[in-house]
Ligand binder design. Structure first.
Ligand code: ZN
Length: 329
């Protein structure tokens, strides 16, 4: 087996929500992300698929949701991504606590983890999310979206995902196959007492970390849980090499599937978390100009012929916008 090029990090995280309007309002207006794509679940076309990201939909910044209104509340547990963390600029956590107070967002006390400060909170569906204060370098690849929040506090892509696993060893072997390196283990404040959190790091500047915690209690998919996490395999060749390595490790990856904005391979890692490998291209600007991202319902080719029927089955939603988008002084 040849070694595949290491993944640069997380590509996107996809979650399950309830009410689509509430989901849009929170992720766009409260958290200040940009709706870069308003589409449908390609396996369930009568459900929306919303993509929230930085200003340009940079790989490593998009949090996506299936608002499955008829599903029940989920339970975070073993075999899931238990926490999704975003990078925010150092010094911005006071702003975020004030904003959470003003918007009735449930949040917990800050915790220190691997030398960084973490602010845990939940979205309106109960999804556990975290903001991690980090120094954003001058040449950072992410581009802040400043319609609702200023550049100096804006979310700048993923920091990490935390996996809760029944059998961490098999998964950490897989993470190493994917090119992540162990960074260390610490007793982790804010987690179940006694749990040890081990951090793995990819090479990229965004979404580089995967934290692993041993957990036995099972979860249940539903509102407020993560559906899957995708890792970057920038080119088709990178992806095929990673797919082969994963298959050689005894897992069962799908063939490549065209997801319109990227091409994907899926597999379950040994403890049951659904992983995806996603290419960088063609990207969110392949079917809408950058200035108009998210402005209309976009249907991947084969669904366009059924636009009227699909649109009629979707709940009407309004994307929050601000007349007073914050200018850069
Ligand atoms: Zn995905």
């Amino acid at each position: 087996m040849t070694t595949p090029p290491p993944t640069p990090g997380i590509h996107h995280v996809t979650c399950i929500a309830g009410d689509p309007q509430r989901n849009l309002d929170f992720w766009v207006e409260t958290l200040g992300l940009r709706l870069v794509k308003r589409s449908i679940n390609q396996d369930d076309p009568e459900t929306y698929h919303f993509f929230f990201a930085d200003a340009e939909g940079t790989p490593g910044t998009s949090m996506t949701f299936f608002p499955w209104e008829n599903m029940t509340q989920g339970k975070v547990g073993s075999g899931q991504v238990s926490r999704t963390a975003f990078r925010v600029p150092e010094g911005s956590l006071d702003f975020w606590e004030d904003r959470f107070d003003a918007h009735d967002v449930e949040y917990d006390d800050r915790v220190e983890r691997f030398g960084e400060t973490v602010l845990p909170f939940r979205d309106p569906d109960g999804l556990p999310v975290e903001l991690v204060a980090v120094e954003i370098p001058e040449d950072d690849p992410t581009v802040p979206w400043t319609e609702f929040v200023d550049e100096d506090v804006a979310i700048r892509g993923f920091h990490s995902v935390t996996l809760w696993l029944a059998d961490p060893q098999s998964t950490t072997d897989l993470l190493e196959t994917m090119g992540l390196e162990e960074q260390g283990t610490e007793q982790s404040p804010g987690d179940t007492p006694g749990d040890e959190r081990t951090r793995y790091a990819a090479a990229g500047p965004v979404g580089a970390y995967v934290d692993v915690l041993p957990t036995v209690e099972g979860g249940r998919q539903g509102h407020g849980t993560v559906h899957h996490v995708a890792f970057q395999t920038p080119t088709d060749d990178d992806q095929e090499a990673m797919r082969s390595a994963v298959q050689s490790a005894g897992l069962r990856p799908t063939a490549q599937i065209d997801r319109h904005w990227f091409r994907s391979v899926y597999f379950r890692e040994p403890s049951g978390v659904l992983f995806e490998l996603a290419t960088s291209g063609p990207g969110y600007t392949s079917d809408e100009p950058l200035s108009e991202l998210g402005g209309r319902l976009v249907l991947p080719g084969k669904f366009e012929g059924r636009r009227d029927q699909i649109a009629a089955a979707l709940t009407d939603v309004t994307v929050p916008t601000s007349e007073t988008a914050v200018a850069d002084d």
